[in-house]
Design a protein around this ligand. Structure first.
Ligand SMILES: [Zn+2]
Length: 170
């Protein structure tokens, strides 16, 4: 069945929900949490802190494959949190909290970059860094090669995007 751009239950184009997101008990609970000032920001901060600590441990131990597979989560969670906290309309919020597609990285990053980062988002400028994040999120063989050959020149090719990433995100 082809997806329709319009959905009477949700204002987000291409959403395939068959009922209002607010009818879902988990979305309801998240919407209640979102009403507590600062609570979603605290959740995001705690999660980002755990990711940062884990990535720093992997970096120190040269666990390159593990580091790459989680690197997009930092950018994606930060961008999603900024979008939800500062840009999402009341109508969009239930969709964002539902996790239903479209809800991926590119869905909110472009808008956050334009509206909040003033177009200075490093992922728009450094395609190698964005490529690394996407590959890592999909645990491709490209990443396995970097993890497997962690001591040879393949890792050296990752040095610049990793440094860019660590300077700007960690
Ligand atoms: Zn939706």
């Amino acid at each position: 069945m082809a997806k329709s751009q319009d959905n009477s239950f949700c204002p987000v184009p291409w959403c395939s929900t068959k009922a209002p997101h607010k009818d879902d008990a988990d979305v309801k609970a998240l919407l209640e949490t979102a009403q507590i000032p600062g609570e979603l920001a605290r959740w995001a901060t705690n999660a980002l802190t755990e990711l940062r600590d884990s990535i720093e441990r992997d970096s120190a131990e040269r666990q390159i494959f593990a580091l790459i597979t989680r690197s997009r989560q930092v950018e994606e969670l930060y961008s999603r949190a900024v979008y939800i906290l500062l840009l999402a309309t009341d109508d969009e919020l239930p969709h964002m909290l539902s996790g239903r597609m479209p809800n991926g990285f590119s869905f909110h990053y472009d808008r956050v970059n334009e509206s909040i980062f003033g177009g200075r988002g490093i992922l728009e400028k450094d395609s190698k860094a964005m490529e690394m994040l996407h590959h890592g999120a999909h645990v491709s063989f490209w990443d396995a090669e970097y993890g497997r050959f962690r001591d040879n020149q393949r890792v050296a090719r990752l040095q610049r995007p990793l440094e860019t990433y660590q300077q700007n995100v960690l």
